[in-house]
Design a protein around this ligand. Structure first.
Ligand SMILES: NC(=O)C1=CN([C@@H]2O[C@H](COP(=O)(O)OP(=O)(O)OC[C@H]3O[C@@H](n4cnc5c(N)ncnc54)[C@H](O)[C@@H]3O)[C@@H](O)[C@H]2O)C=CC1
Ligand SMILES: O=C(O)[C@@H]1CCC=N1
Length: 275
């Protein structure tokens, strides 16, 4: 089995989800993972003991041994980290960023011209190998690196190679919209508990309802056809849909997608995160 070494710079939520997916993978590559962050050593210790990976608080000391460097810190930290990475990066290495708004062009313009880069937009379902990940490739990526990246992305779930522009536009839909779905799940669960279910049972019925709906959608049937099939004429669902329509449910979701992408673009241009 071939071994590849991955260095994560940034060891937060997204890095953890990716590491979880990678350590569970049983593909043709074995991943040696090193996690690093700016200062949170207890976080590194937790990742080390949970996943059996290496960690360091000084990535500069280990970067040269990495085949892949994953930038998993906030977009606003990219200029400073890329400026340091410039002095360390080696010809064979692939530099991957998962940061919203950064873009392949943001990576390429901050690194020497022949450096291979990829911009990857996963979601947190990477932790169970079920992310829908988007990926845009830089111009210097070799076939061998594509093969390695493909192995890595397959560990996280499904992926699609896109243009940079598409990743910008779809960030909200695949990266952030899971949070919108979880909010809906929360509302359903709260009602189920109010109707007398235990929290565990509420989770089970809501989770299975979402899973069944997602799987039906993946059969290829249009969402409006699926909605119609649920909506018995003159029946109960129509009353609920009427409330959603009065609240402009679909436009609200579309507004949320636009707002997310606008913010991602601002972050990618170096604006600091709002805390
Ligand atoms: N959370 C998610 O679902 C997704 C996040 N992303 C991207 O992943 C990146 C990280 O997001 P989260 O994990 O949610 O944030 P987070 O706040 O949980 O983690 C950020 C990590 O970066 C580290 N860090 C900050 N500045 C650093 C620096 N200068 N050098 C080294 N490490 C540094 C922090 O110590 C922390 O470990 C962001 O760029 C975000 O756009 C992308 C897709 C989905
Ligand atoms: O909230 C964020 O900025 C990141 C980008 C996509 C999902 N989470």
């Amino acid at each position: 089995m071939e071994t590849r070494r991955i260095l994560f710079i940034g060891a937060g939520r997204m890095a953890q989800a990716m590491i979880h997916g990678l350590v569970k993978q049983q593909g043709s590559f074995a991943w040696q993972i090193v996690a690093s962050n700016r200062s949170d050593t207890s976080r590194l210790e937790a990742l080390r003991s949970r996943f059996g990976i290496e960690s360091t608080s000084n990535w500069q000391q280990v970067v040269e041994s990495a085949d892949v460097v994953v930038l998993a810190m906030p977009p606003s930290e990219h200029p400073a980290v890329l400026a340091q990475l410039r002095d360390h990066v080696k010809q064979h290495q692939l530099i991957v960023s998962v940061a919203a708004g950064i873009g392949v062009s943001g990576l390429e313009s901050s690194l020497p011209p022949d450096v291979a880069v990829a911009w990857v937009m996963p979601n947190t379902a990477a932790s169970i190998g079920q992310s829908m990940t988007l990926c845009a490739l830089g111009s210097a990526v070799t076939n061998e690196q594509v093969e390695m990246l493909t192995e890595m992305l397959q560990a996280l779930g499904q992926h699609q190679i896109c243009t940079e522009e598409q990743v910008h536009k779809l960030t909200a839909i695949t990266g952030s919209a899971p949070a919108f779905i979880y909010r809906a799940a929360q509302a359903f669960e709260e009602m189920a508990v109010e109707y007398g279910l235990s929290e565990v049972n509420a989770r089970q019925i809501v989770g299975q309802m979402l899973l069944g709906s997602a799987n039906l959608l993946l059969t290829g049937t249009e969402p409006q056809v699926l909605a119609n099939e649920v909506t018995t004429p003159g029946g109960a669902t129509a009353a609920g849909l009427e409330v959603l329509e009065r609240g402009n449910f679909m436009s609200i979701l579309q507004e949320a997608i636009t707002a997310t992408n606008q913010r991602a673009a601002e972050l990618g241009m170096g604006n600091p995160p709002k805390r």
